[in-house]
Design a protein around this ligand. Structure first.
Ligand code: NAD
Ligand code: LMR
Length: 329
């Protein structure tokens, strides 16, 4: 077992995703069975007491890999020495709140958190933004951290990716492990573009196994893209355990590598690939080798798929322009 614990900072630690996430990190599900972790929980002052309760429960689990838990209400302290930062805490959209209001409120969170990461994070810091609007919040945080390579700031598309795997497995009567190389392009929003063109199911091309192009267009794509809203409608609260699970999957694959021959979906900074303007944080097909994400290059993209990608990327561009206008990037 390695002896130096990895510092993992989780923001919004007393929220519902935080509660589903922390115990799995402490159990070794994220960084593997040989890596001790030190949890650093960041909350707003009003929620520190609840975070203390969660920390008591973490103690009571007696996880062998958990080196300790520290609780903060100050971002600079919480991100000091951080190796893995999970930015979950965000301002939810309130009644009567316009998109611009939400972006401004979150700018007030992710700007200072990006600056705190810039000031004190470890050299190998990796950041995953979960709090919505995740892609643009990641862009804000990255812009406030000029000394950290932008590639280290990612946004979570993995929940959408996992949702797509499950829908495809259910439709074709296979297991989720038989489904590979789905891509979720663009924004983590209802305008995302879930793409099965290069996916395989049981080693065969997915479109052939599905055998029903209309189902892909009329059922699969809207089901995956609107799944977040469907969960809110059913549960009365947004997805939490599945979001935490996706965060674990994202960081595990980033640090430990993606399986050979398989890619996943990652919200990462565009280098201009696939017509996505450079600098936007967009969903791409990506592999991780040697601890860094790389966009899978050279995939053929049909006119229909490119149109879907362009719509989603158009939304990301609008969000970027709005936060630029607000002086947040
Ligand atoms: P929640 O309201 O249960 O918890 C959010 C927590 O963040 C609260 O405890 C709050 O006190 C805390 N918080 C607010 N501002 C903070 C700040 N400045 N610093 C530290 N903590 C702060 O919400 P949740 O269900 O845990 O969801 C969190 C976010 O994740 C939401 O924005 C939600 O929309 C988003 N989400 C994203 C995905 C995705 O796939 N990217 C999926 C599900 C949910
Ligand atoms: C999800 O995809 O479940 C969430 O992003 C939905 C939301 O708006 O919180």
């Amino acid at each position: 077992m390695s002896t130096t614990p990895v510092n993992v900072t989780v923001t919004g630690a007393a929220g519902q995703i935080g509660y589903a996430l922390l115990f799995r990190i402490a159990s070794g599900a994220m960084l593997g069975p040989d890596t001790p972790v030190r949890l650093r929980l960041l909350e707003i002052p009003q929620a520190v007491k609840a975070a203390e309760g969660t920390a008591m429960e973490l103690d009571d689990c007696a996880f062998p890999l958990l080196d300790g838990v520290d609780i903060f209400d100050d971002a600079t302290a919480a991100f000091d020495g951080v190796n893995v930062a999970l930015l979950v805490g965000a301002r939810p959209r309130g009644p009567g709140m316009e998109r611009g209001d939400l972006l401004a409120a979150n700018g007030g969170i992710f700007g200072p958190q990006g600056a705190a990461i810039n000031a004190g994070a470890a050299d190998d810091v990796r950041v995953l933004v979960v709090g919505n609007p995740a892609n643009t919040n990641a862009l804000i945080a990255a812009s406030s951290a000029p000394d950290v390579p932008t590639e280290r700031f990612t946004a979570m598309m993995r929940l959408d990716h996992n949702r797509a795997l499950a829908q495809l497995a259910q439709k074709t009567g296979t297991g989720v492990a038989d489904v590979t190389n789905v891509t979720i392009w663009g924004n983590h929003s209802a305008k995302q573009y879930p793409d099965v063109a290069h996916a395989t199911i049981g080693g065969r091309p997915a479109p052939e196994v599905i055998g029903d192009d209309a189902w892909v267009t009329d059922t699969f794509i809207p089901t995956v893209a609107k799944r977040g809203a469907a969960i809110i409608d059913a549960r009365g609260a947004s997805s939490a355990a599945s979001a935490a699970n996706a965060a674990i999957d994202h960081v595990r694959d980033w640090v430990l590598g993606t399986p050979a021959g398989e890619w996943t979906s990652v919200g990462m900074v565009s280098d201009g690939s696939y017509g996505v303007p450079e600098g936007l944080i967009s969903g791409f097909p990506a592999v991780s080798t040697g601890g860094a994400w790389e966009i899978v290059q050279g995939l053929s993209v049909s006119e229909t798929a490119q149109a879907g990608i362009d719509v989603s990327v158009g939304e990301l561009t609008e969000e970027r322009d709005a936060v630029k206008e607000l002086g947040l990037i």
